[in-house]
Ligand binder design. Sequence first.
Ligand SMILES: *Cc1c(COP(=O)(O)O)cnc(C)c1O
Length: 295
Amino acid sequence: MRELSFQNITTDFINDPVFIEKNIEVAILRLDKIHPVISGNKWFKLQLYIEEAKRLQKKTIVTYGGAWSNHIIAAAAACKDNDFNSIGIIRGEKPAKISTTLFYAQGFGMILFYTSRDDFKNKKVPEAVTGEDLYVIPEGGYGMLGANGAATILNHCEKKYFSHFCCAVGTGTMMAGLIQSTSKDQQVTGISVMKNNNELEIKIKSLLQAEKQFRLFHEYHFGGYAKYTPELITFMNNFYKQTNIPLDFVYTGKLIFAVFDLVQQNFFPPKSKLLLIHSGGLQGNASLEKGTLIY
Ligand SMILES: *Cc1c(COP(=O)(O)O)cnc(C)c1O
């Protein structure tokens, strides 16, 4: 997409006394710098769906998400840039005041339909949305094409340099892509941002073409999806003061918090070289009350 700046992606090394003490190196892959709104990993997950929709000569793309969904806004932008009509099916009733995310999505030309939580769960397409030229992208881009797209993320760094890759996990699509694109002596560790997402492991495995070990942690959800605590917010603000790197509270804040904690617990052996994926999502911080974050 013409507005996205892949040349802006950097690998930023983080200096922290604990990393020196534990004799490990930690860097962050800044996918958040691609675009202020169309966040980090979402474009990677969307690219092959968009290509398939083109190949099938579809005219309209339908996808699903919540009111603050990074996926919805990225899909809206990708559709606009590739001359597709776009339809977003949004979880829950239409709110009195539309979220910033949905406001932007509409700005990209996306038509929004609000559905009850039950219909959303059942992936029901509203009756008004019909036609043979529809192409449906699953919620969060979950699926083989999403994972294969995410597998290209590590083309934007010195992949061979690192021994460990860590990412935040929602649907597991990005993680499956990372697992696929790393060698068998490189480890991928995922931090689930949801509470009790017990099917995650199976869902990730079902996207892998070859069997490969990976590690998932489920203890860093801070209350559940899009939930947070003062401890998380304080951590994110301190991390920003230390590094100048902004994090989002739904995904990357939890990831970086978890990595610090796992380093303290000696989860990563000495001499490990970690690459943490900054998967973007900063636009979602607009859902927080002003002043919560210092950036
Ligand atoms: C969507 C998203 C994730 C999770 O990606 P999945 O492929 O669904 O696991 C992680 N970080 C950010 C910022 C996201 O927007």
